[in-house]
Design a protein around this ligand. Structure first.
Ligand SMILES: [Zn+2]
Length: 171
């Protein structure tokens, strides 16, 4: 194509001479060898398609995971930017260490009971039938410590806990 568009052989010779001089000058300055190195690498990479599934796809996948992680990390604070998650509090009453968080409007959410002895999370479970159906105990399944017994419904107990937390908070 190029030779047909340049029918004048003297121009072609001139161009070839200029290219040779340019390449020679580049070679002398060390530039050409660097370019050749990168060009060889590029040609090898493009020509050898088996390299792509072996490592390039892996590289892309790794990049995708990293980018997804960055995006996730960048988006997460805007979703969970309510002050609730960062503001937590705790206090001990009813022989239990209570931990709770506040939601965006300052309401107490989900007070959780913890063992005063070992700090493990306590579980509420019903005590045997002989003491009536509405009797529960707050027991630590880690050290076996029974923190307290609840007479009446668990809902009432949770309400008392919330009332106590509100007293603590407003004090
Ligand atoms: Zn315990």
């Amino acid at each position: 194509m190029r030779k047909r568009s340049w029918p004048n052989p003297s121009q072609a010779k001139l161009l070839a001479g200029a290219v040779v001089v340019g390449l020679a000058a580049g070679y002398l300055t060390g530039l050409w060898s660097d370019l050749a190195y990168w060009f060889d690498g590029l040609v090898g990479l493009l020509a050898d398609s088996t390299l792509v599934p072996n490592w390039l796809l892996g590289l892309f996948a790794a990049c995708a995971v990293i980018v997804a992680g960055w995006l996730g990390a960048a988006l997460r604070p805007s979703r969970d930017s309510r002050p609730s998650s960062s503001v937590t509090s705790e206090d001990s009453f009813f022989n239990i260490r209570w931990r709770w968080a506040y939601d965006g409007s300052g309401r107490v959410e989900k007070p959780t009971p913890h063992c005063l002895r070992c700090g493990n999370r306590l579980v509420v479970r019903q005590v045997g039938d002989d003491r009536g159906p509405e009797c529960y105990e707050c027991r630590c399944e880690h050290c076996g410590h029974v923190a307290c017994e609840i007479e009446g419904s668990v809902d009432d107990f949770e309400k008392r806990v919330l009332d106590r937390i509100h007293q603590v908070t407003s004090a």
